[in-house]
Design a binder for this molecule. Structure first.
Ligand code: ZN
Length: 313
């Protein structure tokens, strides 16, 4: 059983700039500072709300100096954040203050107002302004609580055509088509902000290329290990070759490539980010899985130093 989006993971070229952008300018909570479990000389940063609820967790692998990738087909090109309708002026002023270029507000599906911008690596982001979102976001940071990012709203995946990915989402992954307009097809497992997956048909575009400013994968949420095993069985039946279940400390995961080329993950909702540090200290120290602890000194030496100082934001 799939309930919606769990997290989205991107590639960045600079660890410190990444922290300053997402935790500083956007005011998300850095909920975990760890390393890539498959490449422990690289950090893995997790940003989210107070506790790191699925549906609003954006994570990054910082590869210092990594060349830029390219948006395009077969890639998740835009990740959007959900905000209150009354927050639009605040955020326009904030983007302007930090010299972030943004496109004029646009509208889709009738009432959905959004602003497109990019981070310093060119990662595609949007702010969506809506009164449909009851989540509160990270309200103990430096952004006024009423203007805090509540989590994701939707993600946007570019494809040659939408049918094959749509078939996977609807047949094996509990999604339904809930809206369509032009070349945009919106799917959701749960019809609520934070779970919308938009597939954009862009047959005339180039294929995306991995690199900084691109999304590495998207993870969907499943409640338990048992439901994860069931989801895995369905993928095996569809011959999508999912990986075995991998322990990611804060959840367990399986990975597979969907027919359009995007790397998908299915992650359990728990145990969550408080398994190795208390709520009030999330993200402050480098956390390693037990199997890496013996090599902590070596790992720390290989990582670039970073500071967490948001006083100027
Ligand atoms: Zn992941």
């Amino acid at each position: 059983m799939i309930t919606g989006i769990h997290h989205v993971t991107a590639l960045t070229s600079d660890a410190q700039k990444n922290i300053d952008f997402y935790a500083g300018i956007l005011g998300m909570r850095l909920i975990k500072k760890t390393v890539n479990f498959d490449a422990n000389h690289v950090y893995h940063f997790y940003y989210g709300d107070e506790t790191g609820q699925p549906g609003g967790i954006l994570t990054f692998f910082p590869y210092q100096g990594l060349a830029r990738g390219r948006h395009g087909k077969g890639m998740l090109n835009t990740t959007t954040f959900s905000l209150a309708t009354s927050s639009m002026d605040y955020w326009i002023q904030r983007l302007t203050k930090y010299n972030i270029n943004y496109k004029a507000p646009q509208q889709r599906f009738g009432s959905e107002v959004f602003i497109y911008f990019e981070d310093f690596d060119g990662l595609g982001l949007e702010l969506v302004f809506t009164d449909r979102d009851q989540r509160s976001g990270f309200t103990h940071g430096h952004i006024p609580p009423q203007h805090a990012i509540k989590g994701f709203y939707n993600v946007e995946i570019g494809q040659e055509g939408y049918e094959r990915t749509a078939g996977l989402l609807t047949s094996q992954m509990d999604h339904t088509l809930i809206a369509e307009r032009g070349n945009r097809f919106r799917f959701a497992a749960t019809d609520a902000p934070g779970n919308y997956v938009d597939i954009i048909c862009m047959p005339d575009s180039l294929r995306g290329l991995p690199g900084s400013g691109t999304i590495h994968h998207i993870a969907f949420a499943t409640p338990t290990r048992e439901t994860q095993d069931q989801a895995r069985q369905l993928l095996v039946q569809r011959q999508l070759n999912p990986t075995p279940v991998l322990d990611r400390n804060y959840f367990t995961s399986i990975y597979f490539r969907e027919p359009g080329g995007v790397l998908f993950e299915i992650a359990t909702a728990g145990p969550g980010f408080q398994v190795d540090e208390p709520l009030d200290q999330l993200g402050q120290s480098l956390k390693l899985p037990p199997s890496f602890e013996n090599d902590r000194a070596g790992i720390e030496t290989a990582l670039p130093p970073i500071t967490l100082d948001f006083s100027k934001y």
